[in-house]
Design a protein around this ligand. Structure first.
Ligand SMILES: [Zn+2]
Length: 527
C-alpha cells in the first residue's frame, strides 16, 4: 500500500491541512534550539562503484556571443495565473515604470471575494510605489497595501473557475547593493534585487498572486533574512522591458523565449515559471552550448581582462550542462528549451525559474580543478530547476524540501562525473562544519546562515545518504523521480514527499527519520 491519494486520501488531506495550518500561522520568533536529541555520525561516502546513467557527450561551447533565438518552449501547459508585464527601465536612475496585467482564474474551488498579491520590494520603504489598480477598465480605490501584502477586494465576487483581469501600475526603485547584499530595514538579502557597479538584477520584483490554501487562505510569508521564505505558484509570463539610456553592449539575461522588438527592448515569454528574473550588464560575455537532449545552456559571465575569465567560464558552462544532463536522466526532463546561468555580482548563488545565479566569488577563486566551490554551487543551483522551479515548496516553513534535494544533487553530480572527489566533497562540504540541527527546521528558527545551512543542507545531505542506504539505490532514485513527476507544477509539503514511498519502504526509514527530523512521524499532526 502506498501513502498517497487512493485509500489514504482523506487522512492525507487532513494531514496536509494540518501542515498548512502550521505554515500559515508562523510562530513568533524564538531562540533556536537546533540540537537534536539523537546525534548521528557522518555517513560513509556512498560507494563509487554505483553506476549512474551516463548522458551523451555534450557539444563544445560556442565562445562567440550569439543572438538569442530559441525554439518554442516544450512546456505549453496553461496556468491559472498569467502575467503580461510592460516595463521601462531607466538605466541611469535604476528605476522601472511598470504596467502589469494579471489574468487570474479562480482555482480555489470556491467563490472568492478578494485577491492577494505579495510584493517583495515593498518590505522596504521607497522601493515600490503603486499608482493605479484597475479591473475591467475601472479604477479601484478600495485596495489595501500593507508591507508586502496587497489585498484587492472583488466586490462582485469571483466564482470558482471564473477568470478576472487586473492591471497594476507601479514604479520601482532598485536598491544599491553593498558588497553584494541589499541591506534594508526589514533585513538583508543577496543581490538578486538591486544594482552594483557592473550589474542590475530584477529578482522577485513584481506583485505576484499569492499561493492559496483551503485552510489559511492567501499565503503571505513572513519576511526572514536567513534563507528564503517564498511560496510561489506556477504561472505563465510575458515580460517586455524597454531600457532607456542603455549603455553600449548591454546584455539582458532572462529565461524562456526571447525576442527583440527593437534595439532598446527585450521580450521574454515563460510558461509554468514561479517568477521571472532578469540580469542586465554591459560587461557580460556570453558562452553557450547545447545538451544532447537539445537544451541550450547559456552562461553570462563578467569579463575581466586581468584574469583568465574564459577558461573559468568554460568550466562553469560545462558544469551546468553536465549537471542538467545528469538530472534529466535522474529526475526527468527539464521542461524548457533554455537554461540561463548568470555570474551574480553577489555572494553564493540563487535559483529562479529557467535562470540561476552563481556568485562572482566562486568564479574569481576558481583555480582550474573540479573540486572547488564553482563546481559545487553551479551543480547545486542547476538542480533547483527540479527542486524549487518544477516542484515548488513552502521555502520558509519546509526549506529542506528544496535545499536537501539540491545539496544531495551535488553528491550525485560528483559521484557520476568526479567519483575520485566524492570523499573530498563529504569532507569539504559537510564534515568540516560539524553540522548539527534538525533537517526539517523552518528558516525562522535560524539567525545565521551557517546554522541554517548546517542543519537543513548539510544534515539534509547526511539524511539523504542514510535514506538511500535504507531503501537501496533503485528505490531511492525512483522515489525522487516520482516526486518530480507527480508534484510538478505544484507546491509540495512533507506529506507529499514522504507519501510517495510505499508503506514498507517508509517504515524502513524510521531510524533515519528519528535521527534527523524534528517531526519523525511526518504524517502526524504538528505539535
Ligand atoms: Zn539551494
Amino acid at each position: 500500500m502506498i501513502h498517497k491519494r487512493g485509500s489514504a486520501l482523506i487522512i492525507l488531506i487532513g494531514l496536509i491541512c494540518a501542515a498548512l495550518l502550521s505554515a500559515c500561522a508562523p510562530e513568533s520568533l524564538t531562540v533556536p534550539d537546533a540540537s537534536p536529541i539523537v546525534q548521528t555520525l557522518l555517513p560513509s561516502p556512498p560507494g563509487a562503484g554505483v553506476q549512474l546513467p551516463m548522458p551523451d557527450q555534450l557539444a563544445e561551447p560556442n565562445a562567440t556571443p550569439t543572438v538569442l533565438e530559441t525554439p518554442p518552449q516544450q512546456d505549453t501547459t496553461e496556468s491559472d495565473v498569467r502575467y503580461d508585464i510592460d516595463a521601462v527601465l531607466n538605466w541611469d536612475e535604476h528605476t522601472l515604470q511598470v504596467q502589469q496585467q494579471v489574468t487570474y482564474r479562480n482555482d480555489t474551488g470556491h467563490t472568492q471575494t478578494e485577491i492577494v498579491f505579495n510584493i517583495e520590494p515593498n518590505h522596504e520603504p521607497d522601493q515600490f510605489e503603486l499608482t493605479r489598480v484597475t479591473r475591467d477598465n475601472r479604477a479601484l480605490t478600495d485596495y489595501t497595501l500593507e508591507g508586502a501584502r496587497l489585498l484587492v477586494p472583488l466586490n462582485d465576487h469571483l466564482a470558482a473557475g471564473q477568470t478576472t483581469d487586473l492591471t497594476l501600475d507601479y514604479r520601482l526603485a532598485l536598491p544599491q547593493l553593498q558588497d553584494g547584499y541589499s541591506l534594508g530595514t526589514a533585513g538583508y538579502h543577496l543581490g538578486y534585487w538591486g544594482y552594483s557597479a557592473r550589474q542590475l538584477n530584477l529578482g522577485l520584483w513584481f506583485p505576484a498572486v499569492a499561493a492559496y490554501d483551503p485552510v489559511c487562505g492567501w499565503i503571505t510569508p513572513e519576511y526572514h533574512s536567513v534563507g528564503e521564505h517564498f511560496v510561489l505558484r506556477a504561472a505563465d509570463f510575458a515580460v517586455q522591458i524597454k531600457v532607456d539610456g542603455a549603455p553600449d553592449g548591454l546584455r539582458v539575461a532572462g529565461p524562456g523565449d526571447v525576442t527583440r522588438p527593437d534595439e532598446q527592448t527585450w521580450r521574454f515569454e515563460l510558461a509554468g515559471g514561479r517568477e521571472m528574473a532578469f540580469s542586465f550588464s554591459d560587461q557580460f560575455e556570453l558562452l553557450s552550448t547545447v545538451t544532447a537532449s537539445g537544451v541550450k545552456v547559456e552562461l553570462y559571465y563578467l569579463s575581466d581582462p586581468e584574469a583568465d575569465t574564459l577558461s573559468t567560464a568554460r568550466h562553469a558552462l560545462h558544469t551546468a550542462a553536465d549537471a542538467l544532463a545528469l538530472y534529466e536522466e535522474l529526475y526527468g526532463p527539464y521542461p524548457r528549451s533554455r537554461l540561463v546561468v548568470v555570474e551574480g555580482d553577489f555572494p553564493d548563488g540563487m535559483e529562479f525559474s529557467g535562470l540561476v545565479y552563481v556568485g562572482e566569488g566562486w568564479f574569481r577563486t576558481w583555480h582550474g580543478t573540479p573540486n572547488e566551490w564553482l563546481t559545487i554551487i553551479t551543480a547545486h543551483e542547476v538542480s533547483h530547476q527540479w527542486w524549487y522551479a518544477l516542484v515548488g515548496n513552502d521555502q520558509g516553513n519546509c526549506p529542506y524540501l528544496d535545499e536537501m534535494l539540491a545539496i544531495y544533487s551535488e553528491v550525485l553530480f560528483f559521484e557520476h562525473y568526479y567519483p575520485d572527489y566524492l570523499d573530498w566533497w563529504w569532507q569539504f562540504r559537510v564534515a568540516t562544519y560539524l553540522p548539527a540541527g534538525y533537517v526539517d527546521a523552518p528558516v525562522y528558527d535560524f539567525y545565521s546562515a551557517r546554522g541554517y545551512i548546517n542543519a537543513v543542507y548539510l544534515r539534509g545531505a547526511m539524511m539523504m545518504d542514510a535514506l538511500r542506504h535504507d531503501l537501496g539505490d533503485e528505490a531511492f532514485l525512483a522515489w525522487l523521480r516520482a516526486y518530480a513527476d507527480q508534484m510538478a507544477g505544484q507546491v509540495a509539503y512533507p506529506a507529499d514527499f514522504w507519501g510517495l514511498l510505499p508503506e514498507d519502504s517508509y517504515a524502513s526509514t524510521e531510524q533515519t527519520r528519528l535521527a534527523y527530523l524534528q517531526q519523525a512521524d511526518v504524517f502526524a499532526s504538528p505539535e
